[in-house]
Write a protein that binds this ligand. Sequence first.
Ligand SMILES: *Cc1c(COP(=O)(O)O)cnc(C)c1O
Length: 219
Amino acid sequence: MELQDRLDEVRARISTAERQSGRSPGSVQLVAVSKTFDADAIRPAIVAGQRVFGENRVQESQGKWPELKAETPELELHLIGPLQSNKTAEAVALFNVIETVDREKIARAIAEEMERQGRSLRLYVQVNIGHEPQKAGIAPADTVEFVRLCREELGLSIEGLMCIPPAEENPGPYFALLAKLSARCGLDKLSMGMSGDFETAIAFGATSVRVGSAIFGAR
Ligand SMILES: *Cc1c(COP(=O)(O)O)cnc(C)c1O
């Protein structure tokens, strides 16, 4: 199958899931996750009308996105992988959305860097929804207070919450928990769901899904 066909199929599955979950058409944004693929592999998705992309590494992104953004300025780039503070300046310069704000140190670094560069990024707080030691994210129990700190003390505009549920488990309860946490924070955006579970995520209220391999193929 060509990339265009796989992209069409993912879009159709999102539409079906929206309808079946009683969500309004077009209410779920598709973030096409292009990590490990180079500019030439990504270009057909842009030609097919995709405008929102996700990457998990700052350095890898710097090697391909400046060129792609120059060709298509309205592209929207999301950082969906962990951010080290020594990469904050580069990340703030290149990305439109950082989905992985997960600790005070990085939240402060982003706030200072946005001020310095005169840029304003949209931000999500990543929640370690399954309490997994190897995963990034703020603990569920600390999320409400962390969002408050980001907003009130650092003046950051937090748009929503993001999570990656434990692999090999039914993701539904984790998606439900993220939705509950976001309501308690007064947030209405939820970034959850990947190639294997985006329809389930939409049923639990995802407003954006991050889909890689179902569009670009296996990594
Ligand atoms: C790689 C990645 C995805 C996409 O995963 P697929 O299973 O390829 O759809 C989504 N979210 C994050 C944070 C990722 O790192």
